[in-house]
Design a protein around this ligand. Structure first.
Ligand SMILES: Nc1ncnc2c1ncn2[C@@H]1O[C@H](COP(=O)(O)OP(=O)(O)O)[C@@H](O)[C@H]1O
Ligand SMILES: C[C@@](O)(CCOP(=O)(O)O)CC(=O)O
Ligand SMILES: [Mg+2]
Length: 355
């Protein structure tokens, strides 16, 4: 049995625009997905995904009824939900040259799903790491990032950047521009996250921006202006001392850029009423800046505030279900100790499929 975990992330700047070759700066945060993998002696894959719920209803799997999961939702939704894990399994089989390997897999995660914190990337990164190790192959974090990107790209029909998967695999703050992926030094920024309890449809939101960009020059200009903000923002980070608490002047300017970035994302149609109201609540509570994070449509905002004020303000904001502080996760994908009285084999709520 092998247990690996990988962090989620927030975008300081640059989501959506990164899909069209602009740079982005995501930062890994201490909310992790943990994937436990045991090699089977047949070619079946059995998945237990305890936290998997889609838009308010829970998917229940029954492994005892054979190959088809017994679920209370339509099969295409289950397939969409399981796509990331399936794609991670395929990448691990390919990396280890073991096309017929079967696995028992358990996914546990404290990253809300579809909320802009990169739950899909964390699950894929941790899944590839655990499954390849289980097959006796140890990939570097960069190799895992590369395979995880291929998995996300496939599941999201060609609409994925390398940003989420690279950030989750490497940890810390990163900079991604096309295929150029780097880790960067950044001070520990005081992130506060507001979560509306909902989720956005990443594929539909990315398609919406693509259409706008193709239809209107000013939408294409909006996307490249987001790139300009990222370049100015990363220059600020490059000048800061990564080992000291961030200075007020830095937070002030980063916050201003985050506000600008949010305005442009709103113009591109990927915000929502609850995201906007959390952004405004954070600003009114004294945050240096606030923006949605990830694909948008619902889910999370990220604000900068070293004081407790933003968290308190968000908690009293209608539409905000949860508000929490998120430390920068300096570690990306990592091996975890397996539990001692392990019960990793699938129980009643698992789905089993033949390879
Ligand atoms: N704990 C989990 N267990 C199983 N699958 C998960 C889990 N977390 C995320 N996923 C997969 O990732 C999808 C959400 O990814 P996505 O829409 O890209 O949003 P985000 O990456 O912003 O959280 C889920 O529909 C599911 O397929
Ligand atoms: C919108 C996008 O830039 C980020 C999506 O992030 P998330 O899956 O919502 O966490 C898409 C991508 O970069 O693949
Ligand atoms: Mg995702």
């Amino acid at each position: 049995m092998t247990v690996s975990s990988a962090p989620g992330k927030v975008y300081l700047f640059g989501e959506h625009a990164v899909v069209y070759g602009e740079p982005a700066v995501p930062c890994a945060v201490e909310r992790r997905a943990t994937v436990t993998v045991s090699l089977r002696d047949d070619d079946h894959v059995r998945v237990r995904a305890e936290d998997l719920s889609l838009n308010g209803f829970t998917v229940e799997y029954s492994g005892s009824t054979g190959d088809r999961p017994d679920v209370n939702v339509p099969a295409p939704l289950v397939e969409a939900a399981m796509g990331y894990i399936d794609a991670a399994v395929e990448q691990a089989r390919d990396a280890a040259d073991a096309p017929d390997a079967g696995f028992d897999i358990t996914v546990e995660s404290d990253i809300p799903l579809g909320a802009g914190l990169g739950s899909s990337a964390a699950v894929v990164v941790a899944g590839i790491d655990a499954a390849t190790r289980e097959l006796g192959v140890e990939l570097s974090p960069r190799e895992i990032a590369d395979r995880a990107y291929k998995a996300e790209y496939e599941v999201q029909d060609g609409q994925a950047s390398r940003a989420d998967t690279f950030c989750s695999a490497m940890g810390g703050a990163v900079r991604v521009e096309g295929d150029d992926c780097r880790t960067i030094d950044a001070p520990a920024l005081p992130f506060v996250i507001g979560f509306d309890g909902g989720a956005g449809d990443t594929g539909a939101l990315v398609s919406g921006v693509r259409d706008l960009r193709e239809q209107y020059d000013f939408a294409a200009d909006t996307v490249s202006t987001i790139g300009d903000i990222v370049r100015r923002g990363e220059a600020l980070l490059a000048d800061a001392d990564p080992d000291a608490d961030p200075e007020e002047a830095l937070l002030d300017e980063l916050g201003r850029f985050m506000n600008f970035n949010h305005g442009l994302l709103e113009a591109l149609g990927v915000s929502s009423r609850s995201l906007d109201s959390m952004v405004w609540a954070a600003r009114e509570a004294g945050a240096y800046g606030a923006k949605l994070t990830g694909a948008g449509g619902g889910g999370c905002i990220v604000a900068l505030d070293p004081t407790p004020e933003t968290q308190t303000g968000l908690r009293f904001t209608p539409g905000c279900e949860d508000a929490f502080r998120a430390e920068l996760a300096t570690e990306g994908v990592r091996l975890e100790e397996p539990p001692t009285n392990a019960d990793s084999t699938a129980g009643d709520d698992s789905v089993e499929e033949s390879s």
